[in-house]
Ligand binder design. Structure first.
Ligand SMILES: Nc1nc2c(ncn2[C@@H]2O[C@H](COP(=O)(O)OP(=O)(O)O)[C@@H](O)[C@H]2O)c(=O)[nH]1
Ligand SMILES: [Mg+2]
Length: 214
């Protein structure tokens, strides 16, 4: 009975919060290079707060070739609710080569189709970044060198649009991980270390999402 009352009270307080804040959910785009762990992160956020998932995670680059979104995710932080739409985007890269996919045992025809779709997906993700995104989570693999043309270019675009941005140094569960290198490479932005796969440091992840995008 107490449980039921508490549920009722919580859902009323959520409804009134929404009514009085009157704000649309912020649309948060998850950007970064291929294989950084964007879909793994999107799935973890969505699973933690709704029990659902966004899309398939894969070792093969460019598994996510279209932007996918999950709307109205309510993240509760310090008694306040932040509502966001999560947009998982294809990884942005300067080079998409179908031969890369042949290594994963795909036929040449499938590999060519996959690379064409990936190229279209990147164009789509860039279009959304210009038109349709209120804030960015930029995901990097902390075992890799963060100084790449793609990272510099994308972060430059995000800065020129004056979008709030958080940099996520992912895969800290791996031995080679060096999140401080990412922090030093982009000192003008907040870097949050995490493992999207293992769920490490997710409390700070949600605190910062609420701070930056709430
Ligand atoms: N060790 C480790 N692997 C991860 C982590 N996050 C993602 N991965 C792996 O990295 C690969 C690419 O992940 P995915 O989410 O598809 O990357 P995306 O291309 O950025 O969407 C998959 O094999 C994931 O299991 C992490 O925090 N730690
Ligand atoms: Mg993906």
């Amino acid at each position: 009975m107490m449980g039921l009352l508490k549920q009722l009270r919580d859902s009323i307080s959520r409804a009134t919060d929404k009514l009085f804040s009157g704000s649309k959910p912020k649309r948060i785009g998850i950007y970064g290079p291929p294989n950084a762990g964007k879909t793994t992160l999107a799935n973890r956020i969505v699973r933690d707060w709704t029990g659902d998932i966004v899309g398939a995670e894969s070792k093969i680059p460019h598994e996510t070739r279209r932007a996918r979104r999950k709307e109205n995710i309510e993240i509760e932080r310090n008694g306040k609710i932040v509502t966001i739409d999560i947009v998982d985007t294809p990884g942005v890269t300067t080079k998409i080569d179908y031969r890369e996919f042949l290594d994963f045992g795909m036929s040449k025809k499938d590999a060519i189709r996959r690379s064409r779709e990936a190229t279209e997906g990147v164009a789509e993700a860039m279009h959304w970044l210009r038109e349709d995104i209120d804030g960015v989570i930029y995901v990097l693999d902390s075992t890799q060198d963060p100084f790449t043309q793609v990272n510099t270019m994308l972060i430059g675009i995000i800065e020129s649009r004056k979008l709030p941005v958080l940099i996520f140094a992912n895969k800290i569960d791996l031995k080679k991980s060096d999140p401080t290198l990412i922090e030093q490479s982009f000192p003008q932005h907040k870097t949050v270390p995490l493992s999207a796969l293992e769920g490490e440091n997710m409390d700070e992840v949600y605190d910062k999402i609420a701070d930056y995008f709430g």
